[in-house]
Design a protein around this ligand. Structure first.
Ligand SMILES: NC(=O)C1=CN([C@@H]2O[C@H](COP(=O)(O)OP(=O)(O)OC[C@H]3O[C@@H](n4cnc5c(N)ncnc54)[C@H](OP(=O)(O)O)[C@@H]3O)[C@@H](O)[C@H]2O)C=CC1
Ligand SMILES: Nc1nc2c(c(=O)[nH]1)N=C([C@H](O)[C@@H](O)CO)CN2
Length: 234
């Protein structure tokens, strides 16, 4: 019997896109959510992925996505909450930033988990994976709202792991620098690389490897994998 699809949110680019491609390479059916249309999303469609547009900026958008998802599948192998916005604290926009970050990093995973857990209860292996951030370990001077919203996501991992066991495993992945953004200048890149013991920009494959471990291990739940190049050692 064909495996149930794996849902990855925010997989129109970068880490989510890479993980979607690698899951397709491994023969998994894939559903992604995306916000802005991109050529890469057409490439995923050509490989058989289902791409559903989603805006998690308010409750209505999140619930609309949940309704649309239910029209495309009655089972899921896993839900990967990857969608995210990385924005600094901006004077004059503090509350709006906090609202946006709370919605995408906490309310969307919370409502999707509550409303879609039933799709994971099909008797086979089932996982929810929250992509957090190593920054929750100590906070951030310039991304206070971002770090707080990711810390809330870490706590959702614990609560949902307890609540959905034993049918569904729930874990997190806490990356630190994985992949620079195109507009990151040389000085920023040098400073960011110096913040970890291993000092490299590893690329998205290290997140796919972590995802693979959590999907394949039947005895891990309620944990968060740190993938940070040893930042905690510096
Ligand atoms: N890249 C890195 O080095 C690190 C990444 N992480 C985490 O890893 C994950 C993947 O990182 P990365 O690939 O860089 O992520 P991106 O910054 O590329 O964001 C992923 C996607 O999330 C979507 N998204 C953002 N806000 C919303 C929203 N309100 N509703 C729906 N979709 C939304 C974006 O869609 P669109 O572009 O169409 O707007 C984007 O394509 C994230 O959770 C991130 O926090 C953690 C530490 C380091
Ligand atoms: N949604 C995103 N979250 C984060 C990103 C990103 O590009 N998108 N990038 C980082 C940085 O790499 C940081 O870990 C090191 O400077 C953090 N989160």
């Amino acid at each position: 019997m064909k495996q149930p699809p794996i849902l990855i949110t925010g997989a129109g680019q970068r880490i989510g896109l890479h993980c979607a491609e690698r899951l397709l390479d491994d023969g998994h059916p894939v559903i992604i959510s995306y916000r802005r249309e991109r050529d890469d999303i057409d490439r995923l469609r050509a490989r058989g992925a289902t791409a559903l547009r989603a805006e998690f900026d308010d409750e209505a958008g999140i619930m609309a996505f949940i309704g649309e998802l239910g029209k495309h599948t009655d089972r899921l192998r896993a839900i990967v909450h990857n969608a995210s916005q990385w924005r600094p604290d901006t004077p004059g926009q503090e509350a709006e930033a906090f609202r946006q970050l709370f919605h995408v990093h906490m309310l969307a995973p919370y409502l999707i988990n509550l409303h879609c857990a039933e799709l994971l209860r099909h008797g086979g292996p089932a996982d929810i994976i929250h992509i957090g951030d190593d920054v929750t370990r100590k906070g951030s001077r310039k991304h206070i709202a971002y770090a707080a919203s990711k810390a809330g996501l870490d706590n959702l991992t614990l609560s949902f792991a307890a609540s959905l066991a034993p049918q569904i495993k729930v874990n997190g992945i806490a990356p630190a620098l994985i992949q620079f953004n195109v507009d990151d200048d040389e000085a920023y890149r040098r400073a960011a690389l110096a913040k970890s013991a291993l000092g490299i920009e590893p690329g998205a494959e290290v997140i796919y490897q972590s995802l693979r471990y959590l999907l394949d291990n039947p005895y891990v739940t309620g944990t968060t994998l740190t993938v940070n190049g040893g930042r905690h050692l510096i």
